[in-house]
Write a protein that binds this ligand. Structure first.
Ligand SMILES: *Cc1c(COP(=O)(O)O)cnc(C)c1O
Length: 368
């Protein structure tokens, strides 16, 4: 079966006469559960929920490993960190990975005695600092710099040394790239972004090939109480079925916009892993099925970037990415990422490309 067909059908229960295709969210704190609790499929709301079960089934079908849903991307990241690392262990991660992932590593984990080593995503630089590590954390393409590393090669090198590998797969989604098939042990995602695509919820998940490791993640969720709401999970499952439609359009729009930006004198640098001239392209094309919605580019400075964003009518100025509406922000308005003042992270939506090109053209023309 083609992957885009799988996406449309993922996690849908067995056909049952008179029942909906995807049952609505189950709102329950407590379930009828007389006698031995093992006899009841559901007992208490912090342990499990039928709406989670169906969404996790969908993710498991797509990721190729058991999946656990969390209330945010960061809750998913933290679950992997906290179930794999102990004081004295070594974590290797990209120096250009998502800002908050670095924050909890350098703050929370380091304070507990975990050694955190960092190297850039580009050029598979983690390879040089792997020795003695417990967990190798990757993020490819990295957010917001859009550098790419060779997930299969790094996983192989890590496994040869007995090191676990996790990939933050938020930017491409599981449709764009399948980390478990490339050899990683964990595929981690913020489903707030392109996976759900409607900018209306915060959610995350972890998928894992090893049942014992998955069980640790479930126990972490149950005991720490980091559980998602059934409404968000149901919305996510509903949105997941259109992922192929959205990502195809977003990726096509992103490539067309990246090409356009490259042709313009106001634009100093354009990064998109799907641009054949991009330094990330040779590796990206080996491991990605779609290059995703995010394009990064640099204008002259702060005033040029602000001018562009104010003039553009179809670009919503907002943080985050992956939604069906084109959005962008001047990334340096937040501290944390080492980016130039004129650096814009743009996320291509599902609008008609002709309208986007027209809008980008007029907005660039307003830069003096
Ligand atoms: C947004 C993001 C996260 C965090 O996800 P939340 O849903 O905001 O908690 C983690 N990693 C990457 C790459 C992200 O873009």
């Amino acid at each position: 079966m083609h992957y885009s067909t799988k996406v449309v059908r993922a996690g849908i229960p067995e056909h049952e006469q008179g029942q909906p295709f995807l049952p609505g969210p189950t709102f329950a704190g407590v379930y009828h559960a007389a006698g031995d609790p093992k006899e009841s499929p559901y007992t208490y709301g912090r342990f499990h929920n039928p709406t989670w079960t169906l969404f996790e089934k969908a993710l498991t079908e797509l990721e190729g490993g058991s999946s656990v849903v969390f209330p945010s991307g960061m809750a998913a990241v933290a679950a992997v960190f906290n179930t794999t690392l102990r004081p004295g262990n070594i974590l290797v991660m990209p120096s250009d990975s998502y800002y908050t992932s670095r924050l909890i590593a350098q703050g929370h984990l380091a304070a507990q005695g975990v050694e955190v080593r960092m190297a850039p995503t580009a050029g598979n630089a983690q390879l040089e600092i792997l020795e003695g590590a417990t967990l190798l954390w990757l993020e490819s393409p990295s957010n917001p710099g859009l550098d790419v590393c060779d997930i299969a090669a790094l996983s192989e090198a890590a496994h040869a040394r007995g090191i676990l590998v996790a990939v933050d797969n938020t930017t491409p989604t599981v449709l764009g790239q399948q980390p478990l098939a490339l050899g990683a042990d964990f595929s981690v995602s913020s489903d707030t972004k392109a996976l759900t695509g409607h900018s209306d919820l915060v959610l995350g998940h972890v998928s894992c090939r090893d049942e014992a490791l998955t069980e640790k993640l479930r126990t972490w969720r149950t005991q720490q109480g980091v559980i998602p709401g059934p409404m968000e999970v149901w919305l996510a499952h509903r949105s997941l079925s259109t992922l192929a439609l959205r990502l195809e359009r977003q990726s096509a729009n992103a490539l067309a916009l990246a090409r356009f930006l490259q042709s313009r004198p106001e634009v100093k640098v354009v990064r998109y892993p799907g641009l054949p001239t991009d330094p990330a392209y040779p590796t990206a094309v080996k491991q990605m099925q779609f290059f995703g919605p995010v394009v990064s580019f640099v204008l002259g400075g702060k005033s040029e970037a602000d001018q562009f964003l104010t003039s553009a009518k179809l670009i919503i100025e907002a943080t985050s990415f992956g939604g069906i509406k084109t959005s962008a922000e001047r990334r340096a308005r937040w501290s944390g990422d080492q980016v130039p003042e004129g650096f814009i992270r743009m996320s291509a939506g599902c609008e008609d490309i002709n309208d986007l090109l027209e809008d980008f053209t007029q907005a660039l023309a307003t830069i003096a």
